[in-house]
Design a binder for this molecule. Sequence first.
Ligand code: KDG
Ligand code: MG
Length: 403
Amino acid sequence: MLKITAARVIVTCPGRNFVTLKIETSDGVYGIGDATLNGRELAVASYLNDHVIPCLIGRDAHQIEDIWQYLYKGAYWRRGPVTMSAIAAVDMALWDIKAKVANLPLYQLLGGACRTGVMVYGHANGASIEETLDNAAAYAEQGYKAIRLQSGVPGLKTVYGVSKDRFFYEPADAALPSESVWSTEKYLRSVPPLFEAAREKLGWDVHLLHDVHHRLTPIEAGRLGRDLEPYRPFWMEDATPAENQANFRLIRQHTTTPLAVGEVFNSIWDCKQLIEEQLIDYIRATVVHAGGITHLRRVAAFADMHGVRTGCHGATDLSPICMAAALHFDLSIPNFGIQEYMRHTAETDAVFPHAYSFEDGMLHPGEAPGLGVDIDEALAAKYPYSRAYLPVARREDGSMHDW
Ligand code: KDG
Ligand code: MG
């Protein structure tokens, strides 16, 4: 038995907040897991400290599935982002430990590599179409095979997905949520010209993606998807809020643009109908918010039966630990589609030294045993938690809009 002897939560803010769980074992091997839930970080830290860690001490670190079931079924209160992020952190740390004990990179324990690397997409954005496409051209020059395009909307001061920096994007930018004004009409007019200009400038050999960020109704999303069809986007993401999974039937009836959804999902039950009825093409649930590697593998296997591929969320609020976990997962499953890759800042990379690397539009998790990522606790301690929230959106008449 490999006994769990200690576990602790490390909260750090090297440019943005991250929550990390570190689990130690009787033979000295430790594992780490990401528990970051953007804007609700301390809720997960408390869930782990106050309710999970006391139940872990003394258990066998090798019993990953049993511990997952124990934390999921045993708590009585199932699902939800706080619970599932906490379970995910435990799960990642335990897989890290198991692979370190085996002296293998984690993907080998997950069945070995199905591909040579993981195709990623980068984020190009700008205040205008021209600026966005200059940015996209810079990504293409760096070897990216897939690029997400978000552009400022004429008539709106700020828009989701458009940052101040060319290569770093951090949407949680204020100690209390800032307010932005939203107009669906203005937005819908702005996206097709962006994609038309993108194909003219970038050609047809690069995948182009777009994130709607839940801002449209199903019929509006159907119209946008249809308008984008001539430019063959790789996907239209989060077209409409997905609490009501049946909403996607309406979008599907109106467009052949591939649909991706699920970065806010935390359970297979959030996407059961979407996958079963083949209402989507890519499932975006990710390791940290969807119950860890153990649960995400279940989601991927179910998706594979229905012709749905993965496209894991990979924004800056998912720590390098989650990125490493996602890459091992991506490399090992048959129905991988694409992986989002928003680069972290140099400060974040220094706190989380990692073995994964980017080359020619692809990421590879590297060959270090375990997840191949560590946390420099002394450095992490120099960056105390600093509350930061995503902005909220209101329509031009002042009413709240979907994020
Ligand atoms: O925490 C929220 C961000 O991760 C999200 O706004 C980023 O939509 C996003 C994306 O696709 O990366
Ligand atoms: Mg998104």
